[in-house]
Design a protein around this ligand. Structure first.
Ligand SMILES: [Zn+2]
Ligand SMILES: [Zn+2]
Length: 171
C-alpha cells in the first residue's frame, strides 16, 4: 500500500502514531511516539532501513530520550492500514526477533527496539539471503539426497538393462 497521510492507530497500544519523515528516502514512517514506541512500515518502506549501512538517524532522533509504555508483544495485532490480522514471523533463521506482518497489504509492525536488533542480525542483505538459503538447503537437502540416491539406482538399473539388451541383440 502506498504511503499516505492518514493517521494510524498503533496496533499494539491503540495510541495515535506520528509520521516521521525520512528525507533521504522520501518516506513517512509511522512511529508510536506517545505510546509504546512501535513502528509501522508499509510494504516498500522497510527495505530502506533493515540493513546496517542504511541510515536510520531520523528514526533514532524521533525516539531519542523518550520513555515508551511496555506492551505485550505476544498479543495478536491488527494491521492499522487495512484491518487484516497480522502474522508473527521471525525476521531470520536465527529466530531472535519476531515482528508482525500483514499478508494483505505487506505492512510490518516492529515493537520498540526491534529495528535495531534486526539491523544487527546481518551485515548485508546478501548475508541475510545466504543464511536463508542455507536453512532452506538444510531442510530440502535431505530430500535431495534421497532423490540423488534414487536417481543413482535408476541409472544403475538402466545401464544393466542396456547391457542385457546389447547382449540380446549383438550376442
Ligand atoms: Zn503503540
Ligand atoms: Zn495491512
Amino acid at each position: 500500500m502506498a504511503d499516505n497521510f492518514q493517521t494510524l492507530k498503533c496496533p499494539a497500544c491503540q495510541k495515535e502514531m506520528t509520521k516521521v519523515f525520512v528525507p533521504s528516502e522520501g518516506v513517512n514512517i509511522d512511529i508510536c511516539l506517545d505510546g509504546c514506541g512501535g513502528m509501522y512500515f508499509d510494504t516498500r518502506e522497510f527495505k530502506y532501513f533493515d540493513e546496517q549501512h542504511e541510515n536510520i538517524d531520523e528514526i533514532l532522533k524521533a525516539i531519542e530520550g523518550k520513555t515508551f509504555t511496555p506492551v505485550n508483544e505476544k498479543l495478536p495485532r491488527t494491521c492499522p492500514v487495512c484491518g487484516a490480522r497480522m502474522v508473527k514471523n521471525y525476521t531470520s533463521t536465527k529466530q531472535e526477533v519476531q515482528i508482525d506482518e500483514c499478508y494483505a497489504c505487506g505492512g510490518k509492525f516492529l515493537d520498540h527496539g526491534e529495528l535495531e536488533k534486526i539491523r544487527a542480525e546481518y551485515a548485508t542483505e546478501e548475508d541475510r539471503r545466504d543464511d536463508m538459503m542455507k536453512a532452506v538447503y538444510d531442510t530440502v537437502g535431505v530430500e535431495i539426497k534421497r532423490l540423488d540416491a534414487e536417481t543413482a539406482k535408476l541409472r544403475a538399473e538402466r545401464s544393466l538393462m542396456k547391457k542385457l539388451f546389447d547382449k540380446m541383440i549383438y550376442g
